[in-house]
Design a protein around this ligand. Structure first.
Ligand code: AMP
Ligand code: ZN
Length: 112
C-alpha cells in the first residue's frame, strides 16, 4: 500500500528514528518547522484521529506518553507543543495518524 509512514514503519523508507516500541515509532520530520520537530506515529495504520475508536485508547495514551518522554530527552523543559492535524481542513497531509512534537522556539497562538 502507498502510505509513506507505513513504509517508514516497515523500513522500506528511511527515517531518522528517535524512539520505538511495539506500538509506536518516533522520527524527525523531514521538513522541520521548529528546532525540534519529531513525529510520533502508531506502527499500525490508523488514518487519522477521526478514525480512532475506544479500542485505540491505550495506543493514544502510549503516543502521548512517548511524546512527553521524548520532549524530556530532547531538553524541551521550557515548553513545547503537540499537534495532531486531522482531515483536510485540519491541514493533515499524510493520512496516517501522527503527533507533531515541536519545540526549541516560542510558539504562538492561534496556530495557522
Ligand atoms: P501533516 O501535514 O500534519 O499531515 O504532517 C505531515 C508531516 O509529515 C509534515 O510535517 C511533513 O514534513 C512530514 N513528512 C512527510 N514525509 C516525510 C518523511 N518521508 N519523513 C519524515 N517526515 C515526513
Ligand atoms: Zn500508514
Amino acid at each position: 500500500m502507498g502510505c509513506i509512514f507505513c513504509k517508514i514503519v516497515a523500513g522500506s523508507l528511511p527515517a531518522k528514528k528517535v524512539r520505538e516500541d511495539e506500538l509506536m515509532l518516533a522520527f524527525h520530520d523531514i521538513a522541520p518547522k521548529a528546532p525540534t520537530h519529531i513525529l510520533v506515529i502508531p506502527k499500525k495504520h490508523v488514518g487519522s484521529l477521526a478514525e480512532v475508536t475506544v479500542s485505540d485508547e491505550a495506543l493514544l495514551g502510549r503516543l502521548l506518553g512517548a511524546a512527553a518522554e521524548i520532549a524530556r530527552e530532547q531538553g524541551l523543559g521550557r515548553g513545547y507543543r503537540v499537534v495532531i492535524s486531522t482531515g483536510a481542513e485540519g491541514g493533515q497531509t499524510v493520512d496516517h495518524l501522527h503527533l507533531h512534537l515541536l519545540g526549541g522556539r516560542q510558539m504562538h497562538w492561534p496556530p495557522g
